[in-house]
Design a protein around this ligand. Structure first.
Ligand code: HPA
Ligand code: ZN
Length: 338
């Protein structure tokens, strides 16, 4: 009989909500700034870390976009992604579905190809070296126009073999999913899967729009869906995965305390909820730290942890057969530990 923290560490896990630019650790930010001859607004790693005080999503986004400006070359994108995948290996994450924000780079004059080639090279190397499987999600920045999103989708067409899905992130309030209906329809027609951030700060109606207008396959966050009984019933009956990010919710004041997180009500309602890290370097932890924090705050049981870990695979874009194989591995590991 192992401690619950051991179970969290040892179970094979999937991560479905991870912005690769949000895994840029302050140390690497400094190294890359130096390598590329750039001056940062901060003088030390500690100064950077002290700046990570947020009261809402936008506070974080301003710092997040400034931080990613050190990413210039293909090697920078490789190094960033490789560092995250090393963490995955350390934490026994065996499948990742990572997001990237091409517009955060093309707007600064960095080619789409530079970003995607570096990220993909690291993903392929992790498959070869550690058998970590992956999917890549290209996000549209919702504070920009749909026309901009269409331009990005055009650029993506030369690299569709490397892209599995499109997503929608950045400033949620005032930028409803309806703004991107046409570009999501085109992405779907190209055979891409669809996800969108909804209900992080935005109202339940944004979650409904993501489902009805964008036709997403899963919802990133979705916390505020719990304000609507009809939405809860729908998420349950359609088993739409929600990619929750506990430490992100705490840091961005989406919840005032993890003990008030909606996860227990979501589990009671049989929703397909998963645990993820979102932007680990900004929010204070990778997937294990997120599991540990939410387990301790809500006193989750071992069987709830196993259910959440299995949901990570069930909510993924893996094939049914691959999901079945991963679930078997989770069961074998859980049975050996419980
Ligand atoms: N929410 C919205 N946009 C984002 C986030 C987030 O948590 N992280 C990176 N872009
Ligand atoms: Zn996110």
């Amino acid at each position: 009989m192992q401690a619950i923290s051991e179970l969290i560490k040892q179970l094979p896990k999937a991560e479905l909500h991870l912005h690769i630019e949000g895994s840029l650790e302050p140390e690497m930010m400094f190294d890359l700034a130096q390598r590329n001859g750039l001056e940062l607004a901060y003088k030390s790693v500690n100064e950077i870390k002290n700046a990570y005080q947020f009261t809402q999503l936008q506070d974080f986004l301003d710092i997040y976009y400034a931080g990613m400006s050190v990413l210039i070359t293909e090697q920078d994108f490789f190094d960033l992604t490789w560092a995250y995948l090393n963490k995955c290996h350390e934490q026994n994450v065996q499948h990742v579905e990572i997001m990237f924000d091409p517009q955060g780079h093309t707007e600064r004059g960095i080619a789409f190809k530079t970003a995607i080639t570096g990220i993909n090279r690291a993903l392929q190397q992790a498959k070869t070296k550690w058998n970590i499987s992956s999917k890549l999600i290209m996000c549209f920045l919702r504070h920009l126009s749909q026309q901009d999103a269409f331009k990005t989708l055009e650029q993506a067409k030369a690299h569709l073999d490397l892209i599995d899905a499109v997503g929608l992130d950045s400033s949620e309030l005032g930028h409803p999913p309806s703004k991107f209906q046409a570009v999501f329809a085109e992405a779907k027609s190209l055979g891409l899967k669809l996800v969108a951030h909804a209900g992080e700060e935005g109202p339940p109606d944004y979650v409904e729009q993501a489902l009805d207008l964008l036709k997403v396959d899963r919802i990133d966050h979705g916390n505020r869906a719990m304000e609507s009984k009809t939405l809860i019933a729908r998420l349950k009956s359609e088993q739409i995965a929600l990619t929750l990010c506990p430490l992100s919710n705490l840091k961005l004041c989406v919840v005032d305390d993890l003990s008030n997180h909606p996860l227990p009500q979501m589990l009671e309602n049989d929703l397909l909820v998963t645990i993820n890290s979102d932007d680990p370097s900004y929010f204070g932890g990778y997937i294990i730290e997120n599991f540990l924090a939410i387990q301790q705050s809500l006193d989750l049981t071992k069987s709830q942890i196993v259910e959440l870990v299995k949901n990570g695979f069930k909510g993924s874009f893996l094939t049914e057969k691959e999901i079945e194989q991963f679930i078997k591995q989770v069961d074998t590991c859980a049975n050996s530990l419980i």
